[in-house]
Design a protein around this ligand. Sequence first.
Ligand code: F6R
Length: 244
Amino acid sequence: YADSDEASAAVAAQIANLIRTRAAEGKPCVLGLATGSSPTRVYEELVRLHREEGLSFQNVVSFNLDEYYPMAPGSLQSYVRFMREYLFDHVDIRPENVHIPDGTVPPEQVAAYCRRYEEQIKEAGGIDLQLLGIGRTGHIGFNEPGSGPASRTRIITLDHVTRTDAASDFYGEENVPRRALTMGVGTILEARRIVLMAWGEGKAAVVKRMVEGDVTDSVPATYLQSHPDVQVVLDEAAGAELTP
Ligand code: F6R
């Protein structure tokens, strides 16, 4: 796409179409959601479609990819707060249908909590559409280099590069949590449709590695190459290093 606004509107239209199609069939629409700067305009457009064009989220069930650990839901940087601010507080999604990894689970309960998160996705019927961004390390969700294709929802140590990129949100790298809860690469690959978005020249190098590079756990996003229904949505700058 020429720019990320146009691209975001197209992604939002695709999501709206899926929500409406599933509603017409009397079925839930299960969305896997991402935070960060990449999806914000998609969420803004979905809010507009809700307000101006009657798009209802009554049949939407959502599962967010990740959350910092530890993280209180009311904190400025929590993904709970992010999702409420950009989407959930402005649409008619049922609160009981929203799932975001809980950054307050005691350490000894994390493993069981993560297994339960996976079960909840299965009980919902699996993810119809998974939205993704990509980190400069090649992470999807918070699956940092070293994350394999069979990885599941778990606690992970954040890469130094990821913590640097998050430093401004936390007023200094020393305040960025060292760990996070994340769906695994294997969890993500089970989504029926995947839409990954990347904007700006800062993503151009990792986008090239994801699309054209060898499949390797050094760049977990390369595992998307094996998925049968994945779209990589880019602006001009993020796609600038791809082989024409
Ligand atoms: C966020 C997530 C991360 C981000 C990635 C890109 O829920 O899972 O993988 O998508 O770090 O972040 P932005 O979009 O801020 O460049």
